[in-house]
Design a binder for this molecule. Structure first.
Ligand SMILES: [Zn+2]
Length: 235
């Protein structure tokens, strides 16, 4: 597994790295929803797919290439794990769902991440068996995603009278620490048109979501527990 060069201690286990990567990837997805809502962006298609794209781009923008690769790999494995769990439970793929099916989210993520650096990330695309038919389109797909989202992120970066993200949690330990560090990183990079809260708390469900009424991203403790068990599904 790639060594995280910037943010974490080298003593991180594979399980911790998997957990961290999936938490960050999901967090950025929820922030994608928050950006769409608070910046009043038009959405010409499925918002869930747009949030997935935002997540891939935030990984690129906020992390070193080595770290981004590790995050993308673990997130793709996370989708694979979700699909394995679905099949084990005997559930059909929810084509009616708000989110794209997990394996499609996997390929979309792999395609965009690969498309950011096709020469450097060919092995990554191969590891997830991205067919050439799709791979040949990924650089263009990444460029389109980049050109669509980066003006928004650039404006958030340039904003001088903006508001920060505030973390609310009564928990401590490595996940609370990770979120605190992440919020600090995000606040150093971006300013929001209005205050955005982030809650890390028990919710009685396995979920993470953006609540537009509360202007808050809610990350449920139960979701972290689920991601932890997902590591065993794919390893
Ligand atoms: Zn979503």
């Amino acid at each position: 597994m790639a060594q995280d060069s910037r943010a974490e201690s080298p003593a991180q286990t594979d399980r911790e790295a998997f957990l961290r990567a999936n938490i960050l990837s999901i967090l950025y997805h929820e922030l994608g929803h928050a950006v769409i809502d608070l910046e009043g962006l038009p959405v010409f298609g499925k918002e869930e797919d747009a949030a997935d794209v935002a997540s891939v781009l935030l990984v690129e923008l906020l992390h070193s290439p080595e770290d981004a690769l590790q995050i993308a790999r673990a997130s793709a494995e996370g989708y694979k794990g979700e699909d394995i769990l679905r099949a084990k439970a005997g559930d059909e793929i929810a084509l009616w769902g708000e989110h794209s099916p997990d394996m499609q989210r996997l390929y979309n993520l792999v395609c965009l991440h690969y498309g950011a650096d096709p020469d450097g990330r060919a092995a990554f695309a191969e590891a997830f068996a991205l067919p050439e038919e799709r791979a040949s389109l990924c650089e263009e797909a990444f460029d389109l995603a980049w050109d669509s989202w980066t003006p928004v992120f650039d404006a958030m970066q340039a904003r001088t009278d903006g508001a920060p993200i505030t973390l609310h949690t009564d928990r401590d330990g490595p996940i609370a620490d990770l979120l605190a560090k992440e919020v600090a990183l995000l606040n150093a990079a971006y300013a929001w048109p209005e205050p955005l809260a982030m809650h890390y708390e028990r919710c009685e469900e396995v979920n993470a979501f953006y609540d537009a009424d509360l202007r808050a991203v809610i990350f449920c403790v139960e979701y972290v527990d689920h991601l932890d068990s997902l590591y065993d599904v794919v390893n």
